[in-house]
Design a binder for this molecule. Sequence first.
Ligand code: MG
Length: 130
Amino acid sequence: MGDQGAPQKVIIVEGKTDRARILSVLDEPVRVVCTKGTLSYTTLEELILPLQDEEVYILVDADEPGMKLRRQLQRELPNAKHLYTRRVYREVARTPLGVLAKVLHDAHFAVDERWLDVPEGCEPPWGWIQ
Ligand code: MG
C-alpha cells in the first residue's frame, strides 16, 4: 500500500457497545479503540501513546467518568479532536444511531447517509439497524 506513514483515523471510545454503534453508521474504514473506561498505565502505554501520530478523535460519555477520561486523553493526545454526544443522551451507547451519524458527519467522516434523514430520536423501522 503506498500509504504508509499517512495518519490513520482513530476514534477513542469507552466500551464495546459504543464501538459497535459507531462502526454501524460509518461508511469508511476507521479504527475504533475502546479504553473500557479508565486509563491504567498499561492501557496508556499500549493503546493510547502509540496513537500520537494518528488522526485521533475522542467520543466518550457526557458524564463525570467520561469527562475525566476525556481530560486524561487530552493530556496524552493534545492534538486529538473532540466529538460530543448530546447531553440529553449522556452515553454514547444510548445516543440514537441517527444522532451519532450526524455527529460523525459534521466531523467529516463518511457515514451511511440514510441515517442523516432519520428524525432525531427516532430509530427507523427498516432493516438497517445493526
Ligand atoms: Mg459512562
